[in-house]
Every structure is written in C-alpha cells, then in structure tokens.
Design a protein around this ligand. Sequence first.
Ligand code: DX5
Ligand code: ZN
Length: 213
Amino acid sequence: MLVAPSILSADFGNLERDIKAICEAGCDLVHVDVMDGHFVPNLTIGPVVVEPVAKASSKPLDIHLMVENNNFFVDLFAPLKPKYLSFHLESEKHPHRLIQKIRSLGISPAITLNPHTKVEDIEYLLADLDMVLLMSVNPGFGGQKFIPSVIERVIKLKELINRRNPNCLIEVDGGVSDKNIKELKDAGVDIVVAGSFVFGSSDYKKAIDSLKV
Ligand code: DX5
Ligand code: ZN
C-alpha cells in the first residue's frame, strides 16, 4: 500500500516543517487538496502555497482538484509538475478531453468520484487513466467519518480495471486509518490518502507504517 498524507491536516503555520517530516517518515506521495469554494463548501490553497510545498517535498505531489473550472486549475497547477493531477467527474462536461490535456502536459491523469457516483460511469475512460480516486467521505473537509460503501465500489472498480486497463491504480481518500486499512487492501486499493490520522498522531512514521499493509 502506498501512503499519501493530506496536507489539509498539516499545520499551515509550519508547512515546510510538516512536509519535510512526513517525507522523512516515509510517505510515498504528498496529497494536496485544492478547493475553490464553489464545487465544495471550503476554500484552500493555490500555486503560491503549493509551489513552496513542492520545493520542501522530496516526494511527488498528488494534486486533488475539488473545483468547478477544471481547465483553469489544470493550467494553474501543471507548471508544478505533480505526479498525479485528479479532477472530479461530477464537475466536468468533457472528462475525456481533459484527461488527454493532462497527459499532454506530462502529468499522470486521474479522475475522482464522489461517494454516490457509479464506478461504471468511468468504464470508457479507464483506458486513458493512470489512477482513479474514490472518495470515502464527502469532499471538502478533513477529519470526517469513513463511508463503508466505498469497499463495495473498490471491488466493482477493480473488476472494470482488470478488464479495461490493469495498470490503472485505485486511490481512496477520506477517513482512512489503521482501523479500515486491511479492508481497503483486501478490496484492491493501491494508494490511501490520510490526513487527520497521520497529522493527528504524535509519531508520523508509526502512523504511516501502520498503513503500509
Ligand atoms: C477531503 C480531502 C481529503 C482529506 C482527508 O475533501 O479530499 O484529502 O484531507 O482527510 P482525512 O484523512 O482526515 O479524512
Ligand atoms: Zn483529497
């Protein structure tokens, strides 16, 4: 299991310190939540903040866009060269076109689904995707309760991935902890995002290691 701590739960007054600490503690990716105050009822950070995050990080960035105007935000963050750039299916009229655009910028395209969205809706996009992010909470805030139906959705998605593009990874985001990690692994998850579980612990390495099942 790869582990991507979400910096939404970091101390924004000491961001550089916290980024370095999770990298030294052995995380695999650094998850960055970008919220526009329209698609979700919260507002976070733009490139002015994500640029120093990228500089402080020795691990690749995994940028999760929770925005209405995806094209605009892809242009804004592409120069920071994240490993993954994901956008929500629910806010995009032309997902196939946007996936091609992200790939043409040299970034791995990923798509995110809200807890209610059917995994079958992306069946014909899987061939062009490097990762699918399934939300296990409603997007917008850290520290929410894990929605257990994501497990069934991971199993369904895995079947589609095996048929359409076995190289596509599955990431789960929201309410992940050492309590549900085994279930997520058994269902077929490749990467977990964990915000409050990692940053709320007194020992980042111990927390990250407990998710590396
Ligand atoms: C929620 C964000 C998550 C969030 C996860 O909209 O996408 O990345 O920070 O936080 P936890 O792990 O606390 O649920
Ligand atoms: Zn996220």
